[in-house]
Design a protein around this ligand. Sequence first.
Ligand SMILES: *Cc1c(COP(=O)(O)O)cnc(C)c1O
Length: 427
Amino acid sequence: MKLTKSKNLYSIAKRYIPGGVNSPVRAFKSVGGSPIFIKKASGSRIYDIDGNEYIDYVLSWGPMILGHSHPKVVKALKRAVEKGTSYGAPTGLEIELARMVTKAIPSIEMVRMVNSGTEATMSAIRVARGYTGRDKIIKFEGCYHGHADGLLVKAGSGATTFGVPDSPGVPKDYARNTINLPFNNIRAVKKTLDKAGNSVACVIIEPVVGNMGCILPGDGFLQELRVVTKKYGIILIFDEVMTGFRVAHGGAQELYRIKPDMTCLGKIIGGGLPVGAYGGRKEIMMQVSPEGPVYQAGTLSGNPLAMTAGIETLKILSKIGIYEKLERRAEQLEKGIKDASKKAGVKTYFSRVGSMFCTYFTEQEVWDYRSAKMSDTKKFSKFFRLMLVRGINLAPSQFEAGFLSTAHTPSDIDMTVKAARESFKLL
Ligand SMILES: *Cc1c(COP(=O)(O)O)cnc(C)c1O
């Protein structure tokens, strides 16, 4: 496989852009080598500038659930672009997308559009703080909620240690308000709330964690979280930026039957354009400016092109049978990968919810950050490279979820499993 042009562009990119990329994981740092530069993408396929073709399981890190350049989305966008690209004034498109979102996710009674998942989570937290008049927030180790200051905090050594900043530039005073707890550990939550419950504004969580691979909530964990947050008057925020319209039409909250107070969305609802959204109970969302005192704004928020791509995408996703189809494809992939690793004698743990999955290179069950970290990342890196040269584009990190789209065919899956069979044997 030739990657001459990609390597060349990467060295030029590094001169002008820090690390050559506009988002860190794209740089292939954790798997080694240089990133492939993309020329175009269509359906389940993505093409690099050296002319290599790949079956894509990154799907722009989640948004492209219909596959790349879906004809209906492209057609609607072409029509929309002729009418102007941004107005800075309201349009009917914003109402349409807001209606679709509130219909699919009933816990969202009102919603505000923003431009990224990061904006959605940081704004939701501000609203939760404004509403409750409390400062502290609880998040879980290994959950990613974008790159806002107070969210870039991992746990210290103890489970209930108050936050230490994870990145230079995050003020200690800010990070101190973030409490980090182990995922799937309701006892740690209860213990913390026993002490600090009345100073906690919100608990923010990825109900299915997609940012340390793919980790499922244990039996009753989300249910208990709902009960205990209610007890202390704490806002429960589901960060469904990845899982919304992915693991089910109504997101993880539909799947696990939980009603959070607030929900963050992004990725799929923008159909590949930059979008985020946060919403929830009306009483809480009425705090948002100009209705209420909590300020939040955006020059390009509710952008007509982004709304159009989102509306077209959600229209298709509301058709009957879409998620069943994704489930069938994902089952085929799961079975194939599991068989292939078993036959090659490679220890793996495959986890999946709907069309979101991860193959960990460990035999143990993965249920939190610590168990995810048990994975053999060297083996993953090797597997990643072996798959890439066989035309399979996986996320260049063990701790990212893989995704399927409605454009992936059974024969795409067969080809992927064949590549996996060869790759596992060579590990
Ligand atoms: C991607 C993601 C974000 C951040 O969204 P951006 O659009 O990258 O800012 C936040 N939360 C979760 C769960 C995500 O997967």
